[in-house]
Design a protein around this ligand. Structure first.
Ligand code: SAH
Ligand code: DHB
Ligand code: MG
Length: 221
Protein backbone atom coordinates (compact mmCIF):
# COMPACT_ATOMS: atom_id res chain seq x y z
CA UNK A 1 0.00 0.00 0.00
CA UNK A 2 2.97 2.38 0.37
CA UNK A 3 3.72 2.55 -3.35
CA UNK A 4 1.23 4.39 -5.51
CA UNK A 5 -1.11 2.05 -7.39
CA UNK A 6 -1.58 4.49 -10.25
CA UNK A 7 -0.20 7.84 -11.38
CA UNK A 8 -1.84 11.00 -10.11
CA UNK A 9 0.74 13.53 -11.40
CA UNK A 10 -0.82 15.17 -14.50
CA UNK A 11 2.67 15.69 -15.97
CA UNK A 12 3.31 11.95 -15.89
CA UNK A 13 -0.01 11.39 -17.61
CA UNK A 14 0.80 14.01 -20.27
CA UNK A 15 4.14 12.27 -20.81
CA UNK A 16 2.44 8.92 -21.30
CA UNK A 17 -0.06 10.31 -23.85
CA UNK A 18 2.64 12.13 -25.81
CA UNK A 19 4.95 9.15 -25.83
CA UNK A 20 2.51 6.33 -26.59
CA UNK A 21 -0.19 8.28 -28.53
CA UNK A 22 -3.02 5.85 -27.79
CA UNK A 23 -5.60 7.14 -30.31
CA UNK A 24 -5.07 7.18 -34.08
CA UNK A 25 -7.09 9.08 -36.72
CA UNK A 26 -9.54 6.22 -37.32
CA UNK A 27 -10.50 5.95 -33.66
CA UNK A 28 -10.65 9.75 -33.39
CA UNK A 29 -13.15 9.80 -36.28
CA UNK A 30 -15.15 6.97 -34.76
CA UNK A 31 -15.32 8.80 -31.43
CA UNK A 32 -16.47 11.96 -33.25
CA UNK A 33 -19.09 10.06 -35.25
CA UNK A 34 -20.47 8.45 -32.07
CA UNK A 35 -20.84 11.89 -30.49
CA UNK A 36 -22.51 13.35 -33.58
CA UNK A 37 -24.97 10.46 -33.69
CA UNK A 38 -26.01 11.30 -30.15
CA UNK A 39 -24.51 8.35 -28.28
CA UNK A 40 -23.58 8.87 -24.63
CA UNK A 41 -19.84 9.51 -24.20
CA UNK A 42 -19.20 6.38 -22.19
CA UNK A 43 -16.86 4.44 -24.47
CA UNK A 44 -13.55 3.32 -23.01
CA UNK A 45 -10.75 5.86 -22.76
CA UNK A 46 -8.06 6.12 -25.41
CA UNK A 47 -5.43 4.35 -23.31
CA UNK A 48 -7.94 1.67 -22.30
CA UNK A 49 -8.45 1.06 -26.01
CA UNK A 50 -4.77 0.57 -26.62
CA UNK A 51 -4.48 -1.71 -23.58
CA UNK A 52 -7.39 -3.72 -24.92
CA UNK A 53 -5.84 -4.07 -28.37
CA UNK A 54 -2.53 -5.27 -26.96
CA UNK A 55 -4.11 -7.61 -24.45
CA UNK A 56 -6.10 -9.08 -27.33
CA UNK A 57 -2.92 -9.47 -29.40
CA UNK A 58 -1.30 -11.32 -26.50
CA UNK A 59 -4.31 -13.62 -26.08
CA UNK A 60 -4.59 -14.07 -29.88
CA UNK A 61 -8.19 -15.32 -29.62
CA UNK A 62 -9.97 -17.10 -32.47
CA UNK A 63 -13.27 -16.41 -30.74
CA UNK A 64 -13.76 -13.19 -28.79
CA UNK A 65 -16.92 -11.78 -27.22
CA UNK A 66 -17.80 -8.27 -26.09
CA UNK A 67 -20.83 -7.51 -23.94
CA UNK A 68 -21.80 -3.84 -24.48
CA UNK A 69 -21.01 -2.53 -27.98
CA UNK A 70 -22.21 1.10 -27.86
CA UNK A 71 -20.76 2.76 -31.00
CA UNK A 72 -18.06 0.15 -31.56
CA UNK A 73 -15.02 1.99 -30.20
CA UNK A 74 -13.79 -0.81 -27.94
CA UNK A 75 -14.90 -3.39 -30.51
CA UNK A 76 -12.46 -1.89 -33.02
CA UNK A 77 -9.67 -2.11 -30.45
CA UNK A 78 -10.41 -5.77 -29.80
CA UNK A 79 -10.81 -6.58 -33.51
CA UNK A 80 -7.45 -4.92 -34.24
CA UNK A 81 -5.85 -7.37 -31.85
CA UNK A 82 -7.42 -10.48 -33.40
CA UNK A 83 -5.35 -12.90 -35.44
CA UNK A 84 -6.17 -13.30 -39.18
CA UNK A 85 -8.71 -16.05 -38.44
CA UNK A 86 -10.13 -14.40 -35.32
CA UNK A 87 -13.73 -13.21 -34.90
CA UNK A 88 -15.53 -10.92 -32.47
CA UNK A 89 -19.18 -11.29 -31.41
CA UNK A 90 -20.34 -8.05 -29.84
CA UNK A 91 -23.64 -7.72 -27.94
CA UNK A 92 -25.78 -4.59 -27.78
CA UNK A 93 -29.26 -3.92 -26.43
CA UNK A 94 -30.21 -0.99 -28.67
CA UNK A 95 -30.51 -1.13 -32.47
CA UNK A 96 -29.67 2.59 -32.57
CA UNK A 97 -26.28 1.92 -30.92
CA UNK A 98 -25.69 -1.15 -33.08
CA UNK A 99 -26.30 0.91 -36.23
CA UNK A 100 -23.56 3.37 -35.26
CA UNK A 101 -21.27 0.46 -34.36
CA UNK A 102 -21.73 -1.05 -37.83
CA UNK A 103 -20.68 2.32 -39.30
CA UNK A 104 -17.63 2.33 -37.04
CA UNK A 105 -16.65 -1.15 -38.14
CA UNK A 106 -16.96 -0.06 -41.79
CA UNK A 107 -14.83 3.04 -41.15
CA UNK A 108 -12.14 0.88 -39.55
CA UNK A 109 -12.22 -1.77 -42.30
CA UNK A 110 -12.90 -4.51 -39.73
CA UNK A 111 -16.55 -5.38 -40.51
CA UNK A 112 -15.71 -8.85 -41.78
CA UNK A 113 -14.27 -9.84 -38.40
CA UNK A 114 -17.18 -8.63 -36.28
CA UNK A 115 -20.80 -9.69 -35.77
CA UNK A 116 -23.13 -7.35 -33.90
CA UNK A 117 -25.94 -9.09 -31.98
CA UNK A 118 -28.84 -6.85 -31.00
CA UNK A 119 -30.95 -7.62 -27.91
CA UNK A 120 -30.71 -8.36 -24.21
CA UNK A 121 -27.21 -9.73 -23.65
CA UNK A 122 -28.46 -12.44 -21.28
CA UNK A 123 -30.67 -13.89 -24.02
CA UNK A 124 -28.00 -13.58 -26.72
CA UNK A 125 -25.45 -15.27 -24.47
CA UNK A 126 -27.72 -18.27 -24.03
CA UNK A 127 -27.71 -18.76 -27.83
CA UNK A 128 -23.98 -18.13 -28.20
CA UNK A 129 -23.13 -20.84 -25.65
CA UNK A 130 -23.57 -23.31 -28.49
CA UNK A 131 -20.75 -21.62 -30.44
CA UNK A 132 -18.28 -21.75 -27.57
CA UNK A 133 -15.92 -22.09 -25.98
CA UNK A 134 -14.60 -18.54 -26.32
CA UNK A 135 -10.98 -17.46 -25.90
CA UNK A 136 -11.49 -13.85 -24.82
CA UNK A 137 -14.31 -11.81 -23.23
CA UNK A 138 -14.73 -8.10 -22.55
CA UNK A 139 -17.58 -7.12 -20.23
CA UNK A 140 -18.74 -3.50 -20.43
CA UNK A 141 -22.58 -3.48 -20.45
CA UNK A 142 -25.09 -2.97 -17.60
CA UNK A 143 -23.24 -3.21 -14.31
CA UNK A 144 -26.12 -4.94 -12.51
CA UNK A 145 -25.62 -8.00 -14.70
CA UNK A 146 -21.82 -8.28 -14.32
CA UNK A 147 -22.20 -11.25 -11.91
CA UNK A 148 -24.37 -13.05 -14.47
CA UNK A 149 -21.86 -12.30 -17.24
CA UNK A 150 -19.11 -13.69 -15.02
CA UNK A 151 -21.06 -16.93 -14.54
CA UNK A 152 -21.49 -17.21 -18.29
CA UNK A 153 -17.77 -16.64 -18.84
CA UNK A 154 -16.86 -19.25 -16.25
CA UNK A 155 -18.82 -21.79 -18.29
CA UNK A 156 -18.02 -20.59 -21.78
CA UNK A 157 -14.37 -19.47 -21.70
CA UNK A 158 -11.80 -22.16 -22.36
CA UNK A 159 -9.08 -22.71 -19.84
CA UNK A 160 -6.38 -20.13 -20.62
CA UNK A 161 -9.11 -17.77 -21.83
CA UNK A 162 -8.94 -14.09 -20.89
CA UNK A 163 -11.67 -12.07 -19.19
CA UNK A 164 -11.57 -8.26 -18.94
CA UNK A 165 -14.24 -6.08 -17.32
CA UNK A 166 -14.46 -2.27 -17.45
CA UNK A 167 -15.49 0.17 -14.72
CA UNK A 168 -14.56 -2.05 -11.81
CA UNK A 169 -13.62 0.94 -9.66
CA UNK A 170 -17.35 1.65 -9.79
CA UNK A 171 -17.08 5.29 -10.86
CA UNK A 172 -15.20 6.08 -7.66
CA UNK A 173 -17.86 4.44 -5.49
CA UNK A 174 -16.71 0.82 -5.24
CA UNK A 175 -15.06 1.37 -1.83
CA UNK A 176 -17.84 3.52 -0.33
CA UNK A 177 -19.48 0.65 1.44
CA UNK A 178 -21.09 2.77 4.13
CA UNK A 179 -22.53 5.54 1.95
CA UNK A 180 -26.01 5.75 0.54
CA UNK A 181 -25.38 5.49 -3.20
CA UNK A 182 -28.90 6.43 -4.26
CA UNK A 183 -29.87 5.23 -7.73
CA UNK A 184 -26.30 4.00 -8.36
CA UNK A 185 -26.55 1.37 -5.66
CA UNK A 186 -27.66 -1.52 -7.88
CA UNK A 187 -24.89 -0.88 -10.38
CA UNK A 188 -22.24 -0.60 -7.66
CA UNK A 189 -23.55 -3.69 -5.87
CA UNK A 190 -23.25 -5.57 -9.17
CA UNK A 191 -19.65 -4.43 -9.64
CA UNK A 192 -18.73 -5.31 -6.03
CA UNK A 193 -20.26 -8.73 -6.35
CA UNK A 194 -18.40 -9.24 -9.64
CA UNK A 195 -15.01 -8.26 -8.16
CA UNK A 196 -15.60 -10.35 -5.08
CA UNK A 197 -16.72 -13.42 -7.01
CA UNK A 198 -13.93 -13.35 -9.57
CA UNK A 199 -11.21 -12.68 -7.00
CA UNK A 200 -12.36 -15.63 -4.91
CA UNK A 201 -13.15 -17.99 -7.77
CA UNK A 202 -10.70 -20.90 -7.97
CA UNK A 203 -11.26 -21.16 -11.71
CA UNK A 204 -9.81 -17.67 -12.31
CA UNK A 205 -6.62 -15.80 -11.48
CA UNK A 206 -7.49 -12.10 -11.42
CA UNK A 207 -6.25 -8.58 -10.77
CA UNK A 208 -7.59 -5.03 -10.99
CA UNK A 209 -5.63 -2.86 -13.43
CA UNK A 210 -5.44 0.74 -12.20
CA UNK A 211 -6.86 2.46 -15.27
CA UNK A 212 -8.97 5.54 -14.63
CA UNK A 213 -12.14 3.45 -14.53
CA UNK A 214 -10.56 0.27 -13.23
CA UNK A 215 -10.25 -2.80 -15.45
CA UNK A 216 -10.46 -6.25 -13.93
CA UNK A 217 -8.18 -8.64 -15.81
CA UNK A 218 -8.44 -12.38 -15.33
CA UNK A 219 -7.36 -15.66 -16.84
CA UNK A 220 -9.46 -18.81 -16.67
CA UNK A 221 -7.40 -21.58 -15.13
N1 SAH B 1 -17.77 -1.07 -24.86
C1 SAH B 1 -18.22 0.21 -25.40
C2 SAH B 1 -19.02 0.98 -24.37
C3 SAH B 1 -20.22 0.22 -23.87
S1 SAH B 1 -21.36 1.26 -22.98
C4 SAH B 1 -16.98 1.01 -25.77
O1 SAH B 1 -16.10 1.15 -24.92
O2 SAH B 1 -16.90 1.51 -26.91
C5 SAH B 1 -22.50 0.06 -22.49
C6 SAH B 1 -23.38 -0.48 -23.63
O3 SAH B 1 -24.06 -1.61 -23.11
C7 SAH B 1 -24.46 0.51 -24.08
O4 SAH B 1 -24.45 0.68 -25.47
C8 SAH B 1 -25.76 -0.14 -23.63
O5 SAH B 1 -26.85 0.09 -24.50
C9 SAH B 1 -25.39 -1.61 -23.62
N2 SAH B 1 -26.23 -2.41 -22.73
C10 SAH B 1 -26.74 -2.05 -21.53
N3 SAH B 1 -27.47 -3.03 -21.00
C11 SAH B 1 -27.42 -4.05 -21.89
C12 SAH B 1 -28.01 -5.35 -21.92
N4 SAH B 1 -28.77 -5.79 -20.92
N5 SAH B 1 -27.75 -6.14 -22.98
C13 SAH B 1 -26.95 -5.70 -24.00
N6 SAH B 1 -26.40 -4.48 -24.02
C14 SAH B 1 -26.63 -3.66 -22.99
C1 DHB C 1 -21.21 4.13 -17.99
C2 DHB C 1 -20.97 2.87 -18.51
C3 DHB C 1 -19.69 2.53 -18.87
O1 DHB C 1 -19.40 1.30 -19.36
C4 DHB C 1 -18.64 3.42 -18.75
O2 DHB C 1 -17.40 3.03 -19.12
C5 DHB C 1 -18.88 4.69 -18.25
C6 DHB C 1 -20.19 5.04 -17.87
C7 DHB C 1 -22.60 4.50 -17.58
O3 DHB C 1 -23.48 3.65 -17.72
O4 DHB C 1 -22.78 5.63 -17.14
MG1 MG D 1 -17.27 0.99 -19.57
Amino acid sequence: MDKSYSQSDPEAIRYAFETFRPEDEILKNVRKNCLEKGLPEIQIGTFDGKHLEILTRIASPKKAIEIGTLGGYSGICIARGLPADGHLDTLELYEQHAQVARESFEISGLSKKITVHVGEARATLKNLSEDGPYDFAFIDADKVNYPFYLEWCEKNLRSGGVLIADNTFGFGLIQKEKEDLGENRFAIQGLRKFNQKISQNKNFRSTLLPTGEGMTLAIKL
